[in-house]
Each structure stands twice: as structure tokens, then as C-alpha cells.
Design a protein around this ligand. Sequence first.
Ligand code: GLA
Length: 613
Amino acid sequence: MKTRSAATQSPTKSGPMKKPMKKPMKKPTMKQVMKAAVLAALAGAYGMAAAQALTPPMGWNPWNAFHTEVDEAKIMANAAALKNTGLADAGYRYVNMDDGWWRTRRADGRIEVRTSMFPSGALPDGSTSMRPFVDNLHALGFKAGIYSEIGRNACSQAWDRHSPNLPEGSQVEREIGTFGHQAQDIKLLVGEYGFDYVKVDACGLADYTPDKAWVRDGTHRAFGPWIVRGKPDAASSARVEELYADLRKEIDTVRPNGDVVLSICAWGEARVNNWGGKYGQSWRTSPDITPDWKSMLLNFDSAIGRPLFAGPGRWNDPDMLELGHGEFDERHLVEARAHLSLWAIAAAPLMIGADLTKMPQSLIDIAGNRAVIAIDQDPAGHQGVTIARTGDTQVVVRTLAASGQKAVALINRGGQKRRVSVPLATLQLATNATTRDAWTGKESTVDRMITVDLAPRETALLTVRGAALRPGRVYVSEVPARVRVLEDGSAVLTTAQAAKWVPVQANAAPSGKPLTLEGRAVAEGLGVLAGSRVALRLDGEFRRFQSRTGALARGGALTYKLVADGKVLFEQTSAKPVAIDVDVAGVKTLELVTQGPAGKLAEVAWAGAELVQ
Ligand code: GLA
């Protein structure tokens, strides 16, 4: 259920913070230029036109601190704070506006800016524009972000009715969402104003049913619903998908080859987790975060459970950071560090949501921790995969770009002290590795087993360096960014299943149960549904692909097919598991296809699916 507090959250108490004013942002170093080139090449491999959020976007957004009661002066003060504190240099590059910037939609369809909020937008000829605001951010070296809506009306119009900054005018003048205005609005926001990031919310599809007070009173037109929260099959997911696809198309028309982020904000509804990556650079996986431990974990779970859907240019988004608020304020530094650690291991966008002009240095230091940011921003873009979960403890591992390196988060979700261990072999590393604690910088050598003692709610975030356990071999489940789900087979799921299952999963069955084959547990593998097509990006780097593939439960025959750059390389129909070992030398993209009788639900394990160099 969506709930909103009536009052704007109070930002953190003021405290000492500012370091001396820094120089303008530095020119990129040779290393950064090289990294950009590698990322651009990667983008080419994904068929994308240009570098678009090839690492998770980082920046600042006013919503969690101010709701709609924000203005240009507050945003610019936070932009200045990003620079003064060094956070901009640490990677926080986007400065975004959220709900509330619009005053009305004129008869010609053009949106007017609320100039009481954005005074720079009142132009001498009487017209309004966000261009001066964007120019000011660009002049400071930031990228600029804006907020819009996929339906006719925004979230604030339903949920922040007390706000002094709601759209004004007649019913149709209040319709500031993109529905029916896709091309015009994207031209305005991305073309004319020059925004680099557009977050597009979805309340207009969910919260304007005829029964709502704000519809009954005639101020807003009834709509749908096309999204029913928590009920994917009561929603018109395909129509929601089409709307976002349209916006992507308009963005690409206005700025072909442009670096424009589309941030899809449909809170994990309308099966967005399965299609968000086709059009957006990120998509929210859960409801709005609130500044408490439970909400933070809920949102983390929604993102960490779907590793195979993320990768460079397409990120699971568990929502903006709550550092500085509630259970993540300066009295809760253990929780604050855990929050950032979890977002980093999940390769989540890092959007600071606090008023930085009042942020204590202790929290600035947490947000700016370079070792943690480096894990979040690792250029390989493999999201973390959970490899152990017992009661309150959880271990998540993320394969890093540097060979032989993994990041591992050892998480204590509960209120008791816990000891957590993970064998190096489970990380696919040989004995004798070196660990480095991202928070303390402490290095240790480890023989076989990493063990940490965790305080309540503490997370240890380590990078681990060592030799590969099986040199020249990598499990597909270790490299999620190489996976692209082309078809997920989820059409056969019931409503209840669709709400909970993950159609293509690493090291687990789509249902969430353990992955098994012929009654035996599978530690490393993909769990999929019949009807799925999963592409692996090999880039000609491997010689062989090997897997044992079969249904989890006994049933009729299924067909397993491998398609290498469009050619069928292997095909077998069998009621029993099949052993696959094929030559993939020179292959760029390998598709794993699982087929069964139409409409039949079958969970399948690609057990031990691995690539051999
Ligand atoms: C929704 C989004 C939030 C925020 C508000 C603005 O709730 O999920 O992130 O943008 O709308 O009204």
C-alpha cells in the first residue's frame, strides 16, 4: 500500500560539515578516458547508440528531503554542497528535480514552469523555461535531471494534496503527464530544456480510478486503472510497456546517440522488472523507500533478487538513498553504512535524497566512500548474486571487472550479533586470498574461509583478490551482465506467481525454491521457465559452453536449443536432463532456448551452465 506522511520530512539536524571550497571539477585523467572508451565499446556490443548509464547513475534528488516543497535556490545550494564536500568528485554527477516543477499545461499543450519555484525560468518575453536552470547545472559540471509522468496526472496530485505546488487550472490544464503528449513533452524536456535524465512516474495509470476523491470532485479525469498495485494480472502491463517504449522512441528521436537516462518509476508493478531494461536505464523494483530499516531491506530484496535483468545501461533501482534520515541519520552510522553497502553490491543507482547543506560530516564521509562507490560503479556491471541466506544473515557476491576480484557483502539483517562465514570456494576463488574492507581499508589474508563478526544490522563489504578456483572457466551465474533475457516465459504464470516469481533466476528456481536437477541441489546455474530465450554475450571470448539442462519436476518432453549468432548449434527434445557441451569459438551471442508445450508451466535448470576459455 502506498502511504504518504502529510508533512515534509524534516531534514537532518545541522552539524559541522564543509570542507574548504574545491576547484571546479577536474579534467578527466588518461585512465578515465580509457575507461570511457571501454564502456563505449561495451555499449556497442549491446547495440546501444551511445554511452547511457553504463554504470549506475549517481547524483542527488530533492524528493526524500523536501517532497514538492523545494525550489531552485535549495537545489543550487545542494549542487554547491555536492562540489564543496567532494561528493561530485566522488561521482555524484546528476542533479535532479522531482515532482512539483510544473504550473499548468497551456491550451497549445506546452507545459508552463512554476516560476515561483524556478525564478530563472521566467523569461523576459513572459514565457517560461527550465533551460536556464539546466544551463546553470551544466556550467557547474553536473548533468541535469527532471521528473515527468506516464499517465495524465502526477503522484503529487493524488498523494500530496496538501502541497502548495500542485498543477493549477482546469481539469485538462492540470494534466501535466505525458499521456497523449509524449512527443511534445520529450521535445520540451530533452530537446528544448536539455535535460540529461528523465524520471517518469506512473501514478497517472494507477491512482485516478473513478472512486478516488480527487476524481469524484471533478479536478482530475478518471483513468484506468492500467496498474493495480500488487496485482500484475489486474493491470494492463502490455499497455504500460508500450507507453514507456514510446517515450524511449521520442527521446532517441530528439537526441539520437544522446546520453539520456530514462528512469522508469513504476515501483516494480506492471511486470516492469521483466521489460524495464528494454527502454529504461533503470527501473524501480519496489514501492517508495521510507527512512527505516524494514523499508530499506524490502527495497534491497526487490532489486537483489533479479540479478539477471541488470547490466551496463539497465539497472534494478531499489529507490533513492535515505542516508541522513530516520534510521540512517548520524545516530545510526552502522545502518547508514549498511544501506550504502547494499546499494553498492546491488549495482543500484546512488541518488542522495538528503539536504546536503545540513548533512553532518560523518554521513558525507559515508556517502563519499570511494571504495564502496568503486564497487557500485564497477565497469563490468555484474549485479551481486545472493549465495547464502540463513535466518538474519545473507551473503551476496559480485564479480568485479579486474580479473580474480570479487566484492562480497556479509549482511546481518537482524538485531542480534552474528558471525558470518563464506568459503573462498563458494566465491569461485582458490585458497589464499586477500580481502580488503571497503569501510576500514583493512587488508587481511584468508586461507579458506572468510569470517566476520557483525554487530546488529551491520554489513561487511569486502573486495577479495585471489586466484580462480577453476582457471579459464566461469559460471554464467557469476557474470549476470552477460545475460540478457529476450523472452521470460512468464505468460503462463498465475497472478499470484507473477507477483512473486522471478522468471529467469541465478542459483535458484523461478519460484524462489532451491535449484535442483534429478533431486540434487545445483549451486551454480540458471533457473528459467519453458518458453524462455536467454542471450549470453560471449564476444568471441570462449571456446565451449557446458551445461546439464532439465526440468525441475518430472513431466513431458521439453526442447533445449542453443542458437549461436542466429544459427542453431544444438537442439534436443527430451523428458530427461540433457548434457550439453558445445564449441562456441568465435561466437558473439549465444541464445539458450527452452521450449515446452504451449501454456504449460515448467521450471528448468541450466545446471552448472559455464563458459570455458
Ligand atoms: C512517487 C515516486 C517517488 C516520487 C514521488 C513524487 O511516489 O515513486 O519517488 O517521485 O512520486 O510525487
